[in-house]
Design a protein around this ligand. Structure first.
Ligand SMILES: [Fe+2]
Ligand SMILES: [Fe+2]
Length: 274
């Protein structure tokens, strides 16, 4: 079991943010803004899925998971609160979150189903966030450094995603979730996540009036497919999830622990939330 610490971030998310806060780069800003827009709805769903999965375990098998589930809930609840504040700045900048409404409607389809479905979906999403987190921690300059509050927000979130990447997966396995459904959810999540990310990023750029600028497309090509590109660097770890013997811990890189150790002045540990 993983020991998950909940941390209070020492950043002031009330103060406004710059329009192109991510290194002055319109594309990267729009992409990260899109991801942030999905977090409050998505992370609430993951919290509920993990809580319900935990409750579905027979009482005698709950103990080994109890502390980790509390830590997971506390970490995700903190992420969604801070990204909620971040997202309210985006609204003031004229961006419109279309993703959250679509996701809410879609997730309702899982109401009343076996809790392993919500957990399978959560484990798949957590794999996505974990490999993106690793990419960010590997390339910390790409989240920009003009506003230290924001680079801290993104890298702290990445570090914690990497820390708790096994929680939903392990619960899914403990409840007897099978490989076929795990892969089915992973394929669905891949299609939906990529589609929604693209739609929201394009919408953000359109409202920002930077969609048809040459610099935007150049940046997209570089940071998606270039040497340090997101798609280029995450394709292999993405594929690994399809293997029957896959476990999230096989992709440990140590970058999460290193970031947390080197930036301990930017947060206060507060223990796990109930
Ligand atoms: Fe999160
Ligand atoms: Fe997460």
């Amino acid at each position: 079991m993983t020991d998950l610490v909940v941390r209070r971030l020492l950043v002031d998310m009330e103060a406004p943010i710059a329009r192109h806060w991510c290194g002055g780069d319109a594309f990267r800003t729009a992409l990260f803004n899109a991801l942030s827009m999905s977090f409050p709805v998505g992370e609430q769903f993951f919290i509920d899925a993990v809580r319900n999965g935990f409750k579905a375990l027979p009482a005698e098998r709950q103990d080994p998971f109890r502390a980790e589930v509390q830590g997971f809930v506390g970490q995700e609840a903190t992420h969604r609160r801070l990204h909620g504040l971040f997202n309210s700045h985006l609204e003031r900048l004229g961006l419109v979150n279309e993703w959250a409404g679509r996701a809410t409607q879609r997730l309702k389809l899982l109401d009343g189903l076996d809790p392993r479905h919500a957990l399978g979906l959560t484990a798949a999403n957590e794999h996505f966030t974990a490999i993106m987190a690793d990419w960010m921690l590997r390339n910390p300059d790409l989240v920009g450094s003009d506003d230290i509050r924001l680079s801290t927000l993104w890298l702290w979130h990445s570090a914690e995603e990497s820390e708790h990447k096994s929680t939903a997966f392990d619960l899914y396995q403990a409840l007897g979730g099978n490989h076929e459904w795990r892969i089915t959810w992973f394929r669905r999540v891949t299609m939906i996540f990529l589609g929604d990310t693209l739609r929201q990023t394009v919408d953000n750029l359109r409202r920002d009036r930077t969609l048809w600028k040459w610099a935007t497309w150049k940046s997209a090509a570089t940071y998606l497919f270039g040497k340090r590109g997101l798609i280029r660097q995450t394709y292999k770890p993405w594929r690994a999830y399809l293997r029957e013997d896959f476990h999230p811990r096989q992709q440990e890189s140590g970058l999460s622990q290193r970031w947390l150790a080197e930036h301990s002045d930017r947060y206060v540990p507060v223990g796990a939330a109930a």
